[in-house]
Write a protein that binds this ligand. Sequence first.
Ligand SMILES: [Zn+2]
Length: 404
Amino acid sequence: MLISYKFRIYPLKTSEAKLNEQLEICRWLYNKLLEEVNKARKEGRKICWKDTQALIVRLKQEKPELKNVYSKVLQMVNYQLWSNIKALNELRKKGKKVGWLRYKTSPNSFKTLNFNQSGFKIDFERKKLVLSKIGEIPIKLHRPIEGRIKGVIVKKTKTEKWFAIVQTEVESKSLPKTGRVVGLDMGVNHFCVDSDGIAFENPKFIDKTLEKIKRVQKELSRKQKGSKRREKARLKLAKLYEKLNNQRLDFLHKLSRYYVNNYDIICVEDLNVKDLVENGNSPTLNRHIHDSAWTKFHTLLVYKAERAGRRVVRVNPTNTSKRCANCGYIVKNISLKDRSFACPNCGWEADRDYNASLNILDVGLGRSRTPVERESLSLVIPYRKVIEGQVLSMKREAPSVRAE
Ligand SMILES: [Zn+2]
């Protein structure tokens, strides 16, 4: 399987100029190839990646600067275009309303140079990343690299920092079985609540950063367009987002690690189906942050599970919060404001998300408790307390994530 490592790189002025120039050339190429695809679509011609690939060779006559970029990097621009097209088509197949690809019109909107298979070398002794048609760039190798290196993606962030994402191929290592299974309910009040009665909250410092983001966003909207102050606020905002992402990623790494280490089977809701509910008066920013955190969490969970020989089961979330985990009775008019679940049929009372997590576990394992079975269960069920989990004290995990 492929894993990725992210290392900060520090290009000198001349290399940085080359990197920036190459990014702009790639942006030009991306737009040119997209234009070709659009033309073919308009004329009703079939077009595939091989056609645009062949076009790159011809374009080198028209724009000799293309020769300043390593040829495989140019090919990967084509690859990126076609994976974007594929992603759109898949969304459409799922019935989502999607538009069409836009041109990358603004400078700096192309941010990665993808050295796939060749055109790069890492000099571990001298701590340099050597790139074809660019040269040597100092790299901070803060951790050892495991596996065979397959490629390097050079990335520029909004705050003008440079990173090398090193992709390697490694063999998976199975963890010993624990004999335990778990269901997870993702929520807004808690990040998640599991069927063992543990709730994980979003770490407080993430909320703090989020508050700051909201403040700076307001500031930004008040500043005059094109002004120096606006630019300053924009950069401040980008830095805060970067901080938020780092904090969140660290939390999500630890949380997914916790579940993968402790459980053989992890049942989660299928987020594609999950009915995402707006919570009260919170602005869409919160919503957006939560959604993307859940998606990221799933990606990390699946990735870590795969590597450790664990199973992640995606469950259709329909009724998981309306169904009584004890007797199977479905409470139709459950209010989203209710934090607890009380079954009118059997008397079971529990934290709402905890009840849902039990259902998710049941569905994930293919167990179902039907209303008939309730006769055999005791009616005196204690209210199950949910305890707060703590993952933040865990050692910081190496930030290796699957490439996006
Ligand atoms: Zn019940």
